[in-house]
Design a protein around this ligand. Structure first.
Ligand SMILES: [Zn+2]
Length: 141
C-alpha cells in the first residue's frame, strides 16, 4: 500500500465552489493526491471528473483566494471542455443561459483587491454568475 498525502485543505477550499458548479451540471469532481504529484511551490492535486483522470491542477498559495478560484476554474474548465464527453457529445460547461449553446467564459479581473470571479456570457456581459452559484440559476426552458 502506497502512502498518499491528503489534498491540501486550502486547495480543497478553493476547489469547493468549482466542484459545486460541476455538480449543478451533473458532473462529479474530485481532487486526489498521487505519489508522483509533489507539493513544491504550488498546491497541486489530480482532477477526476466522473471517475476519469483528467490531469493535475495547481494553485499559487501566495495568491488571494479569489485569484486561486479563478485560476483553478480556468484549468478545470479547459480539462472539462477538452476531455469530458457524454456519449458522442462534448460537455459544455458551464453552459450559458438557455438559448445559448456555448460555454460561459471566465472573466479575468485585474482589480485589487480582487473581486469574486464570475462566469460570463462571451456575447452578453449582463449574463454573469459568480463561481459557485450556478445552482441558483433559473434553469427554465
Ligand atoms: Zn451566452
Amino acid at each position: 500500500m502506497q502512502f498518499m498525502e491528503d489534498v491540501d485543505s486550502r486547495l480543497l477550499d478553493a476547489f469547493a465552489p468549482i466542484a459545486a458548479d460541476l455538480k449543478s451540471a451533473g458532473l462529479k469532481a474530485k481532487l486526489r493526491m498521487e505519489s508522483r504529484v509533489k507539493m513544491a511551490i504550488a498546491w497541486t492535486a489530480v482532477l477526476y471528473v466522473d471517475g476519469k483522470r483528467l490531469g493535475s491542477v495547481l494553485v499559487n498559495p501566495e495568491s488571494p483566494k479569489e485569484n486561486q478560484v479563478e485560476w483553478l476554474a480556468e484549468q478545470i474548465q479547459d480539462y472539462v471542455l477538452e476531455f469530458v464527453w457524454r456519449g458522442p457529445e462534448a460537455v459544455v460547461w458551464p453552459r450559458c443561459r438557455s438559448g445559448h449553446n456555448h460555454p460561459m467564459a471566465l472573466e479575468h479581473s485585474a482589480d485589487y483587491p480582487p473581486r469574486w470571479p464570475c462566469w460570463r456570457c462571451p456575447f452578453d456581459r449582463n449574463v454573469e454568475i459568480p463561481i459557485g452559484e450556478l445552482h441558483h440559476r433559473n434553469q427554465g426552458p
